[in-house]
Ligand binder design. Sequence first.
Ligand code: NAD
Length: 375
Amino acid sequence: MNYTEHFEKIVKEQLARVEELKKAQEAPDFSSMEKIVIGTIDGDGIGPVIMDSCRSVLESLLADEIASGRIELRRIEGLTIENRIARMETVPSDVLEEIKKCDLLLKGPTTTPGKGDGRPNLESANVTLRRELDLFANVRPVVIPEKNINWIFYRENTEGEYALGSKGVDISDDISIDFKVTTTAGTRRLARAAFEYARNNGNMNVSIVTKANIMKKTDGKFLSLCMDVAKDYPEIKVDDWYVDIMAANLIDDKINSSFGVFILPNLYGDIITDEAAQLQGGVGTAGSANIGGRYAMFEAIHGSAPRMIEDGIGEYANPSSLCRAAVMMLRHAGLTDKAQKLETALDKAAEALDMPGDGSGNTAADFTEYVLKVL
Ligand code: NAD
């Protein structure tokens, strides 16, 4: 391999991407849309189990809107690891075409082949979808009422280490190099979304989390751009932290309730949000939103839990993660009353049911039955 050419190609691709970013697409106005198409994607592993539950819940909650044709729940088939490997496409082109016909997406977890598991080295379907649909902000709320914690994480979703994660090079047996990218447009739009949220929710504190002391170019740029956007929000208290100490802060009960909105580059956001979800009660309890201009995709924060399927306990998967994502989706579409109704039902289910996901306690079917009864 000619490394200079390889690097030049990466740089050219990113420069072209930056030009595309400048032509940002407007978000749709859901209130004026005659029909909202919600695409549901089962995914792999426990995906079909939790999606079955979530679809039943939505069919009941949105029965009137579905009957009148204002909302369509449309099944998108084919985003399975089997089909993706058979086609040797991370997101098969016909599936992507169907996805792009929807306004909102509710997605189950998808398996990514890992190094050494004998499967072809396909890119993560999520990374591809985030890039193809330009879903630049990964938004994850974490609420722990008994500790007075009300956090919301804005993780950059299309840049950092992930944008170029499959473009690294093995120079020799002795050296491997990966690449990381930060762009001005990509950072500014994320920071803007986070500060707007902070302002619209009572001027919450904003914390910017990087490792700018070590990754001086990419994280340094991210931090200084966030600080620049902060100047437009003088009423909001802003601070910045290194990711290592923030990992400690989240479990420090003396200070953790003082944090509100977090802004993080991709990799740190990935790690810190799983830590936060664990504090809330486990990855099975948390939903997330991937927000772009034209599209928005909502999903659980966990993966496809292949071990649960191998152990024959897939039916014990907790659907509340995906249902919490559905709450975020309904709010995003302006269906606030429906979102509130579902959220209340999920809170009651969390109290009433025991779902550790280890083959004991309640099943996903018990969960569906309980939530439908409350609704
Ligand atoms: P995982 O999130 O699938 O599992 C981590 C742990 O959480 C396991 O013990 C699992 O049993 C438990 N768990 C997850 N969801 C649960 C639920 N709803 N109810 C109860 N318990 C639950 O993480 P992993 O094993 O690292 O990843 C498995 C696969 O998922 C990998 O191929 C990974 O790439 C993929 N993945 C996909 C997404 C996505 O599509 N958004 C996100 C993360 C991982």
